[in-house]
Design a protein. Sequence first.
Length: 75
Amino acid sequence: MGIKDYTTCLKYNPTDGKVWYYKARALALAGKTTEALQTVQHGIATKTHHIDKLKKLRKAILSGDKIPYHVPCSN
Protein backbone atom coordinates (compact mmCIF):
# COMPACT_ATOMS: atom_id res chain seq x y z
CA MET A 1 0.00 0.00 0.00
CA GLY A 2 1.06 3.55 -0.61
CA ILE A 3 0.52 6.78 1.23
CA LYS A 4 -2.57 7.60 -0.85
CA ASP A 5 -4.03 4.19 -0.01
CA TYR A 6 -3.52 4.77 3.72
CA THR A 7 -5.13 8.20 3.40
CA THR A 8 -8.16 6.62 1.72
CA CYS A 9 -8.39 3.95 4.43
CA LEU A 10 -8.34 6.65 7.11
CA LYS A 11 -11.25 8.48 5.45
CA TYR A 12 -13.37 5.40 6.11
CA ASN A 13 -11.89 4.46 9.49
CA PRO A 14 -10.17 7.48 11.04
CA THR A 15 -9.51 5.75 14.37
CA ASP A 16 -7.50 2.83 12.99
CA GLY A 17 -4.20 3.24 14.79
CA LYS A 18 -2.46 0.61 12.70
CA VAL A 19 -3.19 2.56 9.51
CA TRP A 20 -1.97 5.79 11.12
CA TYR A 21 1.23 3.95 12.03
CA TYR A 22 1.71 2.54 8.53
CA LYS A 23 1.03 5.91 6.92
CA ALA A 24 3.48 7.69 9.25
CA ARG A 25 6.14 5.07 8.59
CA ALA A 26 5.64 5.36 4.82
CA LEU A 27 5.96 9.14 5.03
CA ALA A 28 9.13 8.85 7.13
CA LEU A 29 10.66 6.40 4.67
CA ALA A 30 9.78 8.81 1.85
CA GLY A 31 11.72 11.55 3.64
CA LYS A 32 8.61 13.54 4.58
CA THR A 33 9.57 13.97 8.22
CA THR A 34 7.21 16.80 9.13
CA GLU A 35 4.20 15.02 7.61
CA ALA A 36 5.24 11.78 9.29
CA LEU A 37 5.38 13.43 12.71
CA GLN A 38 2.00 15.09 12.16
CA THR A 39 0.57 11.72 11.18
CA VAL A 40 1.99 10.13 14.32
CA GLN A 41 0.28 12.84 16.37
CA HIS A 42 -3.05 12.20 14.66
CA GLY A 43 -2.66 8.50 15.36
CA ILE A 44 -1.85 9.07 19.03
CA ALA A 45 -4.87 11.36 19.35
CA THR A 46 -7.15 8.46 18.43
CA LYS A 47 -6.13 6.73 21.70
CA THR A 48 -5.48 3.57 19.73
CA HIS A 49 -3.98 0.45 21.24
CA HIS A 50 -1.09 1.04 18.79
CA ILE A 51 -0.04 4.12 20.74
CA ASP A 52 3.22 2.54 21.94
CA LYS A 53 4.25 1.68 18.38
CA LEU A 54 3.41 5.21 17.27
CA LYS A 55 5.49 6.69 20.08
CA LYS A 56 8.44 4.44 19.21
CA LEU A 57 8.12 5.48 15.59
CA ARG A 58 8.07 9.16 16.58
CA LYS A 59 11.23 8.61 18.66
CA ALA A 60 12.94 6.88 15.73
CA ILE A 61 11.99 9.70 13.36
CA LEU A 62 13.22 12.40 15.73
CA SER A 63 16.46 10.64 16.58
CA GLY A 64 17.26 9.60 13.02
CA ASP A 65 17.14 5.90 13.85
CA LYS A 66 16.42 3.36 11.17
CA ILE A 67 12.72 3.12 10.29
CA PRO A 68 11.78 -0.54 9.83
CA TYR A 69 10.17 -1.64 6.60
CA HIS A 70 6.95 -3.60 6.82
CA VAL A 71 7.53 -7.32 6.77
CA PRO A 72 4.72 -9.22 4.99
CA CYS A 73 2.56 -11.29 7.37
CA SER A 74 4.04 -9.49 10.39
CA ASN A 75 0.74 -8.13 11.66
